[in-house]
Design a protein around this ligand. Structure first.
Ligand code: GAL
Length: 670
């Protein structure tokens, strides 16, 4: 039933690129199904995710199952040749469950209880919730194990989206068990959490609680372990379901949908337990560059997957959960979808098939809008279906990157704890700005963990990797010695795995590698800038230090830090290690990126006009150049190949329509 790819199972169906989305027929009269299936055929939909929020319907009373409607949906899908990504339906316990087991409701840090009447109203550590979920999964798995429509299991939905942390007494007990497992004895925990400070020493495990609302700053060690614990607790929920599914249907791949750069879950730890890495990405219109965030999320997913992945959800047009929900411009549905394919997705899914008539998301766009099918959205959905069919041969090809951004979730958690030098440090936004600068040059970038194999990259950018284990620092050193180019930015290497400051000068774990020594941070006030010796300016951060064993390329030229290094370079073995002690943006950031690309020899996929995204997917015998025009002007691109979308051969030059897309099958000889 499933192919094995790189140790991961991959759904055997659909054969080409998967195209579809969340299908919630339970919201509609059954008579509509014929029409749904006719429209799905018209749009070339070949997969749907079903039963995501169906627990209350499937198990209307404890232990009583009603399969009738889902049986008919699955049968109809099988008959129509549409693959089912069948959900385990555990994301929203029904009201009968929550009302009879109120101790399963999640509690916020301040003690507020979150009630049923929305979704995901459960405590991740609740044994009652886990038992009920596993019982439901067992029943669904047995019911549909051999159903011809079943292609993949969709565990839960967006773990932690609304209940990433629960601070109740049950969670407190689970936290203590997790800590005992981690530390073995209380003395080690006291040491790790630095409880000598503020009289926090614990003399019994029972005294330990989650970091609930406190009068002053709560213990950072406790908060960091709490973040680790919360990610692990939800992972345990996933694993409990996965174990049932693997036992009942060993050949059916299992996924759960991730949420791009979602802070609460350490996806680098989760990834190894998923057969298919799948992702939900929604345009964040409040970002400075919402377009490039799509590419970043794709690059992250590809890196987690180590190959192709699934875009499980994005929106056909507007969402309804932002303050102002912008509809997509004409053509944007197609272009945005293909951005994900360019970045390695072998599936394009939407939330949801039909825009709901009732319920909390009724103003969220659907593939079939409220207004019906004589609409912009439907025309673009069908155009996309045709395009994805034309791209079938791209399936399974890979995207190679010469550059990578190094990111770790535990460092992210630790870096952004309170009571730090600057509240303005925002790891995700810094990752985005480095990624944007590379995107603007069409340099394809992976997003990797400091524990991954780094040797295949020519250039590594390490933004604000605050918490660093000794082995990670050693790995970065070995990387540079062997010829890599490394850029580390401020507030990196500062703390060890317990969030204890590394003494003797910053940047702690990386002092020797970078050849710099910093004695004091001088973060800037909001909106402040600091002049640099090359007439540029930094923001957010500066520091007082010296270069012990590094070339100073730029120094601070203002205030108390005048003369301290702002940008340094140290030759180490065959490579070079740069250190940036401030925050750059715009032209200054771009100039540094250009220098790093020159030094590392990283080549862009293509030199294209600004706003034209170019990415290549390839296999041993084929190369595909994806070109995506993010501007509202026609753009002239120098490229050759057969455009799989238009069927036109480009010879040396291609006019890309405003917002347009081309996918060129290139001459494999290059
Ligand atoms: C996702 C979720 C979907 C739907 C969608 C709306 O987070 O998985 O069920 O709520 O957002 O944008």
């Amino acid at each position: 039933m499933a192919d094995q790819t790189d140790g991961r199972r991959w759904p055997a169906r659909p054969a080409g690129i998967a195209f579809g989305g969340d299908y919630n027929p339970e919201q509609w009269p059954e008579e509509l199904r014929k029409e749904d299936l006719r429209l799905m055929a018209e749009a070339h939909v070949n997969f749907v995710t079903v039963a995501v929020f169906s627990w209350a319907l499937l198990e209307p009373a404890p232990g009583i199952f009603d399969w009738g409607w889902l049986d008919r949906v699955m049968d109809d899908l099988a008959e129509a040749g549409i693959a089912a990504d069948l959900a385990t339906a555990t994301a929203s316990p029904p009201p009968w469950f929550s009302s009879s087991n109120p101790e399963t409701l999640p509690i916020r840090a301040d003690g507020t209880k979150l009630w049923w009447g929305s979704r995901q109203a459960f405590c991740p550590s609740s044994p009652l919730y886990r038992q009920a979920a596993v019982r439901l999964v067992e029943a669904i798995a047995n019911r549909y194990a051999t159903h011809p429509a079943l292609a993949m299991w969709h565990v839960h939905n967006e773990y932690g989206c609304h209940n990433a942390a629960c601070f109740c007494d049950i969670s407190a007990a689970a936290f203590r068990a997790w800590l005992e497992e981690r530390y073995g004895d209380l003395a080690s925990l006291n040491e790790a959490w630095g409880t000598a400070f503020w009289s926090q020493r614990y003399s019994s495990w029972e005294q330990i609680i989650p970091p609930r609302t406190t009068g002053a700053i709560s213990n950072p060690g406790q908060q960091l372990d709490w973040a680790r614990f919360c990610s692990d607790e939800l992972l345990a929920c996933y694993l409990a379901e996965m174990t049932v599914l693997r036992r009942v249907t060993p050949d059916v791949p299992v996924t759960t949908n991730m949420m791009s750069l979602f802070k609460p879950l350490d996806y680098q730890r989760w990834a190894r337990h998923l057969d298919v890495i799948s992702n939900d990405h929604y345009r964040l219109n409040f970002l400075e560059r919402p377009d490039t965030d799509l590419s970043l999320s794709g690059d992250l997913m590809r890196s987690l997957a180590g190959g192709p992945w699934w875009l499980m959800e994005h929106s056909p047009s507007a969402v309804n959960w932002q303050p102002y929900n912008l509809a997509k411009a004409p053509g944007q549905l197609v272009r945005d979808s293909i951005v994900h394919v360019a970045r390695g997705a072998d599936a394009v899914g939407f939330f949801q098939w039909r825009a709901s008539q009732a319920g909390a998301e009724k103003y969220h766009s659907g593939m079939v809008p409220h207004a019906g099918v004589d609409t912009k959205v439907w025309r673009e959905v069908t155009a996309l279906g045709r395009h994805l069919e034309a791209l079938s041969e791209v399936k399974g090809t890979v995207v190679e990157a010469q550059a990578a951004i190094v990111h770790s979730w535990e460092s992210w958690w630790a870096a952004e704890l309170g009571a730090h030098p600057s509240a303005a440090l925002d790891v995700a936004s810094h990752i985005r700005s480095w990624h944007c600068a590379l995107w603007d040059r069409n340099v394809t970038t992976d997003v990797v963990s400091p524990d991954d194999d780094l040797s295949r990259y020519r250039l590594l950018i390490v933004p604000n990797l605050y918490l660093m284990h000794d082995e990670q620092a050693a790995k970065l050193t070995a990387y540079v010695e062997r010829g890599g180019t490394l850029l580390v930015t401020y507030f990196s290497g500062i703390a060890d795995g317990h969030d204890h400051v590394r003494l003797g000068g910053y940047p702690g774990a990386l002092r020797e590698l970078l050849g710099v020594w910093v004695e004091e941070f001088y973060p800037l006030a909001p909106g402040g800038t600091v002049q640099l010796s090359d007439s540029s300016a930094g923001t957010l951060w500066s520091e007082l230090g010296r270069a012990d064993d590094a070339e100073v390329l730029v120094s601070f030229a203002e205030g108390a830090v005048t003369g301290s290094p702002a940008l340094t370079r140290r030759q180490v073995g065959a490579g070079s290690a740069f250190y940036l002690a401030t925050h750059l943006s715009g032209a200054h950031l771009n100039a540094l990126v250009s220098r790093l690309l020159d030094e590392s020899g990283v080549e862009p996929v293509l030199r294209a006009p600004q706003g034209v995204e170019a990415v290549r997917r390839s296999s041993e015998d084929a190369r595909y150049l994806f070109l995506l025009n993010h501007t509202d002007q026609e753009q002239d691109v120098e490229a050759s190949g057969f455009d799989l979308l238009s069927g036109v051969q480009a010879s040396g030059r291609l006019a890309l329509a405003p917002g347009g897309v081309a996918v060129l099958r290139e001459d494999p000889a290059g």
